[in-house]
Design a protein around this ligand. Sequence first.
Ligand SMILES: [Zn+2]
Length: 278
Amino acid sequence: MKWQGRARSTNVEDRRGMGGKGIAGIGGGLGLIIALIFAFVSGDPGVILDQVSGNQASVPAQTTAMEDEAKEFISVVLADTERIWSQIFEENGMEYVEPTLVLYSGSVQSACGAAGASVGPFYCPADYKLYIDLSFYEELSTKYNAPGDFAMAYVVAHEVGHHVQTLLGTTDKVMPLRQRLSEEEFNKYLVRFELQADYFSGVWAHHADGLGYLEDGDIEEALAAASAVGDDTLQKRAQGYVVEESFTHGTSEQRMTWFRKGYETGTIQGGDTFNSRP
Ligand SMILES: [Zn+2]
């Protein structure tokens, strides 16, 4: 992706090295955390229960040059999502509200609760914020074998996709089902919800391409990442077999398919994953 020297989003909050301190109390005053999050990899929507110690000392931010470059890259991608989604919302007679991206290391407090690094990138609909631990950028190529800058761009755009779903009212329609349905039934909705975030990530890629920002191989990098984080692939690797009822994000094939569909069509309307074959 062509990103060097381009405009960066100003909606980036750098909390690296803060260990979650300084914002304690946001949504956590009662000690009970009820909001759901939408993580990039399996496990969401989870109620974040890892408690961050309230008196954890702040350590000075130790950032590496590689992380600083990742921060710049992600800030450019976020700016692109703002520009593109504002335009799409406007064309549909709506107004896009920009989300904030929080960079953290170790653990972080959100309006959805406290999260540890193991959660991976996530979105909290209660505060309109995306949370990303920059170490995930590295993990994409090492742990998930999906290298390349556009693999990470797909991750950011997927979390922004959850923000779009929140603005469109989809999140509020789907989440209450969690109380009414069995876990197995709810997971079917979750998969469609997650595939829609992949679709919206593709919609973003379509328009970023239209603006001339993509390079050869970018779409392949995103597809490789989508494939790497499919539930079937992750489960096979972790336990050697697949339990379809526990899928929350869709198979590798489904995740690639919906990203590709979004990339091809570039519209909100083409992404009705709830009434289509997943
Ligand atoms: Zn997700």
